[in-house]
Design a protein. Sequence first.
Length: 369
Amino acid sequence: MTPNNIAFRAILTVLLGLGGLVFPLLFLLAALVGWALVADLRRPPEPESDAWFVRRHTATAADPNWKSYYLPLCESPAETAFLEAMIGAFGLVADKGVLRGSGLTLDLQVVMKPYRVDFLVDDWLVVEIDGAAYHSSPEAVARDQERDRVLQARGYRVLRIPARVVFSNPGKAVADVRSARAAGRSPAATPGPRPQPAETAVRSLSQIFASINKTVADIGANVSRQAAVQQAGSEGKRAFHAERTAIECAFRNAESRLQSEQFCAQSDEHRALYLQARADLEKALSSRPDGAGPPAPPVIEILPITAPPSHPDPDIDEAIRRAHGELMAHRAAFFAQARQRLVAQSALRGFVENELQQMGCSSCWAHIA
């Protein structure tokens, strides 16, 4: 609630109270507005939409809401299911940016330029949750293999778990992690001799600075990634919003026309009453002072939705593809729901088609016919 909103509602309450001196019913409305304002002022302020991302790096197991700072990092339902399974299997809890439990450390969305991995176990086991939509094509397989080679050359072991396994058998996904940990890290990452105390102190200090730098880098990378994804998907979102608006408007108008037809069908008298009311309305609209006449049916321009262009950063490009896929899935579900509605209310079919044609949205009708 912004300060401007508070001031407006306070002034409105006073004005309604003064108006109540003339119209007593306004006292009741003033009381309702004032009560709502007081209730909002007493309500604790809502956290920023991205506050979870910052709190993740300070939260510990003592914070009862620690899980809510980690789950939003997951970029797919499969990643969320895997994280929940790992938390349950290893008793993981928050520890200032990572999850720890049962001798295991789990980090999420770790940047390893030019890549970003889904999960990192014990700082050496990379776990990727692969959905069939983005990892089954020959190009995607080749890209994943090259990515794995780069990470393995740096000393990481890579474990890829299909999303269908996570959904159908999360216990197997956890078992795969246990097996990969038991197999050990890649040879390039084999630890050397134990450092001396002085070296350990220097390394600890370096790790502190590295942790700070990682936090700053994670926040910056997340902001840049979200901005790029938002920009790349803006045209598609606007087009789908226009399609949804046109179809919902067509259904509302179709229901109104069907009700009018049903009213007229009752008797000749009902039809005469309807026609007279309609004629009176058209006459009133045609005699408007501005001479504009009855309003013309709205025309909604809808541009075709195309896949966003490739991004030079492979990590951001993958996030853009994933967001576009989710948009198209949501769009397909909306069209399917509209088709089911036409089947259930077949009498609306002709009216909906006519409304969409008048709005210049024949493409929308093609999607739901």
